[in-house]
Design a protein around this ligand. Structure first.
Ligand code: SAM
Length: 355
């Protein structure tokens, strides 16, 4: 019995109906919390040859729910992809079992196999994404060596989802501020439990880099006088940070950059505390209006040119820079020193100019 047959048997009112009714009912199932059945029904509707354009939009909205847009951006980030593939190629061989945490499309697992890994288990916590990753593995003819497990890494069971501890853990679960996708909590659980002693973690290191800068877009993120009325009180409701494309024209760094927090993902006991401060040397005169923050990944410690992947201003990336506006602009002159402070939890970050 197929998955669709099982669903049609469970909800007899769907029998004899076509993809239009399936698509609408898929939404009902999803809203009732029956996401596995909802996804399966939406997919059956979407793929059905009689599914019309309107019904495909309805089915597509069910499939797309909760799937971040950045999936489409990051697979095109060739510098990111190449850095991962090179790092994988340095450690995998035919006997290597790779655990890919956060499969997404399955790209890292596919690259691990191409780099020579024997087997990959890739877990993915978003059920719709996991389904597509499995379809992609099949379409690429590697289902026997790339197994997608639709689970969060914390729920993986050794001896069930993985027949032994992995030789390599690879993941790309870092956002613009490094911590927002739970990279720390995930590694704190996965490394001691699912990686063999001495195994490799890719990326091995992640750092949060800060510099004092001038963000040319800042005025556009604040209210001023509009239609003759002073609306500036509304700025108290403004987000404390915003994202800038790394190639933002007119963006200037006025200080040298420095790492505020650095993490060796494979060594949780070495992680820094929740508060940090770093001195920065001003390198050119100007009016600073924001702390500019970005991430740097150390894929491995091989020392190879491509082992460090940094989201630097001026260099295209699927990640953005984060602008943390100062309370008020600050005129700085070359040679002066300032201090930047930050606080983090496992999954949040705040950055400011220390008084
Ligand atoms: C930024 S995407 C990366 C996708 C793919 N690995 C790549 O590099 O192209 C991160 C994916 O990891 C998943 N994810 C994040 N943390 C996870 C965890 N602890 N266990 C399983 N999946 C996770 C998210 O749902 C998302 O699909």
């Amino acid at each position: 019995m197929t998955e669709l047959d099982r669903i049609l048997e469970t909800w007899p009112m769907l029998q004899g109906k076509g993809p239009g009714v399936w698509a609408s009912f898929a939404r009902v199932l999803l809203d009732k919390g029956k996401s596995a059945e909802g996804l399966a029904l939406a997919l059956a509707a979407y793929d059905h040859p009689d599914c019309g354009n309107r019904d495909r939009l309805i089915a597509g909205a069910v499939l797309n729910e909760g799937v971040p847009k950045w999936h489409w951006r990051l697979v095109r980030d060739t510098a990111r992809n190449a850095a991962y593939e090179a790092a994988l190629a340095r450690v995998v061989g035919p006997d290597t079992l790779v655990l890919d945490i956060g499969a997404g499309t399955g790209l890292l697992g596919l690259m691990a196999l191409r780099a020579g890994a024997g087997r990959v288990v890739a877990c993915e916590m978003n059920p719709a994404v996991a389904r597509m990753a499995a379809a992609i593995a099949a379409a690429n003819g590697v289902s026997d060596r790339l197994r997608i497990v639709a689970k969060k890494s914390n729920d993986l069971v050794l001896g069930e989802d993985l027949d032994r501890r992995a030789d390599v853990i690879v993941s790309e679960i870092v956002d613009n501020g490094l911590l927002g996708e739970g990279v720390l909590a995930t590694h704190r659980d996965a490394v001691p439990r699912l990686l063999r002693p001495g195994g490799h973690v890719i990326p091995g290191d992640g750092a949060i880099i800060v510099a004092l800068g001038h963000d040319p877009t800042l005025a556009r993120t604040r209210m001023d006088v509009h239609q003759g009325f002073d609306l500036s009180a509304f700025n108290k409701l403004a987000p404390s940070s915003h994202i800038l494309p790394p190639e933002t024209p007119g963006l200037r760094l006025l200080s040298d950059p420095a790492a505020l927090f650095s993490f060796a993902f494979g060594v949780p006991e070495s992680w820094p505390g929740y508060r940090a401060e770093v001195p920065l040397a001003i390198r050119e005169d100007g009016e600073a209006n924001a702390v500019i923050q970005w991430i740097r990944l150390g894929l491995d410690r091989s020392g190879s040119d491509d082992a460090v992947h940094e989201v630097r201003p001026g260099r295209g990336s699927s990640w953005g820079l984060v602008s943390w506006p100062l309370v008020s602009p600050l005129s700085v002159a070359a040679g002066r020193r300032v201090r930047i402070a930050g606080e983090r939890t496992d999954s949040t970050l705040m950055v400011w100019l220390a008084e």
